[in-house]
Design a protein around this ligand. Structure first.
Ligand code: CU
Length: 144
């Protein structure tokens, strides 16, 4: 009798999480083209945390960038758009939540790319999370 109750409770626990995919996924990614000798390029990711644990984006790397930083954008008192390193709390993705990077907001900044980003190319990115570890994602270079 006791065993049967345990089984029912376990089944309910699974059912209540059925809307979660169980994985952290990059559901969209893209990077606009850059002019020759651009000092920086931008990459946008949309990340879905389908796991049962809260996670956080830690870093992004690519062999096409010398340095990659995670930036937030804000408008200062003089109404000038400025970028700064994103605080870790901005990069948190709670269980069942997603994080969407958009122009004018959070973005991945590729600093001093040795070669320009040309339309039709694909970037191989490694995206690392505090809990989910590293995920590889092929990111198209295109202007949207
Ligand atoms: Cu930036």
């Amino acid at each position: 009798m006791r065993l049967r109750i345990v089984i029912i409770v376990a089944a309910l626990a699974v059912a209540s999480c059925s809307n979660l995919s169980g994985v952290v996924e990059i559901t969209d990614s893209w990077a606009p083209t850059t002019p020759p000798r651009a000092q920086a390029a931008v990459i946008y990711l949309t990340i879905d945390n389908g796991t049962e644990v809260d996670d956080r984006l830690v870093s992004v790397s690519s062999d096409r960038c010398n340095t990659i930083e995670l930036h937030a954008t804000q408008i200062d008192e003089e109404r000038i758009m400025r970028m700064r390193l994103a605080e870790p709390e901005l990069l948190e993705i709670g269980s069942g939540e997603s994080l969407e990077m958009v122009p004018g907001g959070l973005h991945v900044m590729c600093i001093n790319p040795p070669t320009p980003f040309a339309a039709g190319e694909v970037l191989d990115l490694t995206v690392t999370f505090a809990q989910a570890g590293s995920i590889e994602v092929a990111t198209p270079i295109e202007n949207r």
